[in-house]
Write a protein that binds this ligand. Structure first.
Ligand code: ADP
Length: 269
């Protein structure tokens, strides 16, 4: 079933259009990755999909309904957004921060009900943050903070979770833990996950489908093994790479080539 539908969406912050006539569908239960070079429009697209930004032209529909006609409170019950640089909420403890995810449901300062505490606890269990409950957010590591922000988003009980560069600044172990968590939520709870990431290799492992953005348009769209090709990467990222394929599942794995070595016209001296 199509959950989100973008129809001929264009968007500009000022004079220049940064998204151009973009159309796509997101199915319920999908794990979608948005990739592409810096400035190609990934974050803008994620914000458009989640209703944070309104397209200048075209339409975004949630289950067939124009999201401009869905009240913000109702939208917050469906979609939760974890930003690249989430507000630090320094003065709060972890459990208070996660409980704030319940605020869109009931209005501020009215969320301390049994059910809210129970859902907050579940979100913390799912993200492995229960042990951090009484710690100050300010004292946590980057990976721990990220998990708390995901817990706060889950406390909204969304159908769609949007994450912008959710593993930026994390080391391999913590980045993998975040992806594992997202995959488990996607697989076990049917949560639709839409992420923006620079980590193409990891995206290939976890995402069902990728959108490759280039200059404000969708350059390629499909299963990771279909769109992660040397030709696409060269065109979109202006970078030469080699791609190995896992013989068992065909999944691609990119290796960067130093550009001076990869260009036969520039022999290494
Ligand atoms: P990406 O996430 O792929 O790096 P963005 O969606 O952040 O790309 O940005 C797409 C384009 O929009 C870039 O040219 C960027 O400079 C521009 N842009 C992003 N945010 C703003 C803003 N708030 N005001 C004006 N231009 C912006």
């Amino acid at each position: 079933m199509v959950l989100l539908n973008l129809k001929n969406v264009s968007f500009r912050y000022d004079a220049n259009w940064v998204l151009r006539d973009l159309s796509c569908d997101v199915a319920q239960g999908e794990f979608l990755g948005i990739i592409g070079p810096n400035g190609s429009g990934k974050t803008t697209l994620l914000r458009i999909c989640s209703g944070i930004l309104v397209p200048g032209r075209g339409m975004v529909a949630l289950e067939g309904r124009d999201i401009r006609n869905i009240p913000r409170k109702a939208l917050a019950r469906t979609m939760a957004f974890v930003a690249q640089d989430s507000p630090e909420l320094f003065h709060f403890k972890v459990n208070e921060c996660v409980l704030m995810g319940r605020a869109p449901h009931l209005g501020r300062l009215q969320f301390e009900k049994e059910r809210d505490f129970a859902i907050t606890r579940q979100a913390m269990e799912a993200t492995g943050t229960l042990l951090l409950a009484s710690r100050n957010l300010a004292d946590l590591s980057g990976g721990e903070k990220k998990r708390v922000h995901i817990a706060r988003a889950l406390a909204q009980e969304p159908e769609i979770l949007f994450l912008d560069e959710s593993t930026a600044y994390l080391d391999m172990k913590h980045a993998t833990a975040i992806f594992d968590l997202l995959k488990a939520l996607n697989r076990d709870q049917g949560l639709t996950v839409i992420i923006v990431t620079h980590d193409i290799n990891t995206a290939a492992l976890y995402c069902d489908r990728l959108l490759m953005m280039h200059q404000g348009s969708i350059f390629a769209e499909g299963r990771p093994e279909e769109i992660i090709t040397e030709a696409n990467i060269r065109e979109v990222y202006e970078t030469r790479v080699t791609i190995d394929r896992n013989p068992e599942n065909g999944l691609p794995r990119i290796s960067l080539l130093p550009q001076s070595l990869s260009d036969p016209r520039k022999p290494v001296k």
